[in-house]
Design a protein around this ligand. Structure first.
Ligand code: NAD
Ligand code: GLY
Length: 369
């Protein structure tokens, strides 16, 4: 399976997700979505030295006369900020980008979310092409049009829905991804099995070794199946009025952990969790709360924990986080309505549900146990 696979996202703003090795050098394909003359390539300080020149050369060769500028931000979640957003806006102004300009997001979810938000805001909305280079971005953040930055008060609290014009996932880029980041992406892959696809969950149990070893075919299949799930959901519910919320299994807990740890997950020295790791812990907490509330079998929590463990992901709250502080963070989650905690829980493996008005004392008991 070494060719390019395509997953289509339908709905009001349809686009395609191309998945395969070598796409970063495929100028004809990469340039096809560009409508105007200006391109801003946003990347980060880890990814740009590896891949930015290749993408810029491919674009320029395929379409001579294109004005391409590159803006490189510091890598890491701690830089998904309003300040970084301002720098991208400055770069668009310096380029003289008009309304037909395109922003390319070359990097992980941090670059993708920031690029998408800048594209949503510049001149009230220009095109964004997502070129994800982490597994997490390939299976989740590059698809569906959620864009945002973090603020100290909470994660992704400032943003917009702005679907990409195209997504190009070059699976060969995963060969340079640090193993910890590969595992983080696998947490979001496991999420699809956990919320709606027990057979995919079985497949992940079977293919664990191949996935962890970075086997190209296993990863390509995991990406395509994950994108298939995400595409199906976001084309029916692009603005998260209903079922899209299920994609947030574990995220209310996970986002609270990331915010409490000061978004320091990209920095190995701090021991803080990155996004995928925080989601892994959050999914176990959601499963445990579901069992505590009598909604789901304990055994399913065990199976989820075992798979996450097998992929080298954390499954328990890191030490030193105060339950009350986490709960306070959770109160500012975007899914809440009328000041009530609204959480994604499950009735068991493959059966995620949104539960409105979860009793805070139950959550505190869980966080303290
Ligand atoms: P990231 O963007 O920080 O990337 C992780 C690390 O890998 C960074 O240090 C990066 O520089 C490096 N890297 C990226 N690609 C590389 C490559 N090919 N080779 C070597 N190094 C590489 O983190 P992430 O896990 O990709 O994304 C997490 C972010 O995505 C979070 O901010 C999260 O909120 C967001 N997210 C958004 C959505 C959405 O729907 N918009 C969904 C899920 C997650
Ligand atoms: N990652 C959650 C969503 O896209 O809705």
């Amino acid at each position: 399976m070494s060719g390019t696979q395509r997953v289509e996202v339908g709905g009001a703003t349809p686009y395609a997700i191309d998945i395969g090795p070598g796409l970063l050098g495929d100028g004809e394909r990469l340039v096809a979505p560009v409508r105007g003359r200006h391109v801003l390539l946003l990347s980060d300080s880890h990814v740009a030295p590896l891949y930015a020149a290749r993408v810029v050369a491919a674009l320029r060769t395929a379409r001579p006369g294109l004005h391409v500028a590159t803006h490189v931000m510091p890598a890491g979640e701690a830089h998904k900020t309003l300040a970084s957003f301002g720098c991208v806006i400055d770069a668009l102004a310096a380029l003289g980008a008009t309304r037909d300009a395109t922003v390319y997001a070359l990097g992980g979810g941090v670059v993708g979310d920031l690029a998408g938000f800048a594209a949503a805001c510049w001149m009230r909305g220009i095109d964004c092409v997502q070129v994800p280079t982490t597994l997490l971005a390939m299976v989740d953040s590059s698809v569906g049009g959620k864009t945002a930055v973090d603020i100290p008060q909470g994660k992704n609290l400032v943003g917009a829905f702005h679907p990409p014009r195209a997504v190009f996932a070059d699976t060969a880029a995963l060969r340079t991804l640090p193993p910890r980041e590969l595992r983080a992406g696998l947490a979001e892959v496991i999420k699809y099995g956990a919320i709606r696809d027990p057979l995919f969950f079985d497949w992940l149990e079977d293919r664990r070794e191949a996935l962890l070893a970075g086997d190209d075919d296993a990863l390509a299949e995991a990406i395509a199946r994950s994108c298939g799930h995400k595409a199906g959901i976001v084309e029916r519910d692009p603005l998260e009025k209903g079922e899209r919320a299920l994609l947030n299994l574990g995220h209310t807990f996970g986002h609270a952990i990331e915010a409490e740890q000061g978004y320091a997950g990209g920095d190995a020295a701090t021991g803080a969790l990155n996004h995928g790791e925080a989601v892994a812990v959050g999914m176990v907490l959601a499963a445990r709360l579901s069992a505590q509330l009598g909604m789901a079998p304990e055994a399913d929590t065990g199976r989820l924990r075992a798979l996450l463990d097998a992929f080298g992901l954390p499954t328990a709250l890191p030490a030193g986080l105060a339950p009350e502080a986490l709960l306070a963070r959770m109160r500012l989650d975007k899914k809440n309505v009328a000041g009530r905690l609204r959480l994604v829980l499950w009735r068991g493996l493959g059966q995620a549900v949104v539960v409105p008005d979860v009793d805070e004392s139950q959550v505190l008991e869980l966080l303290a146990s």
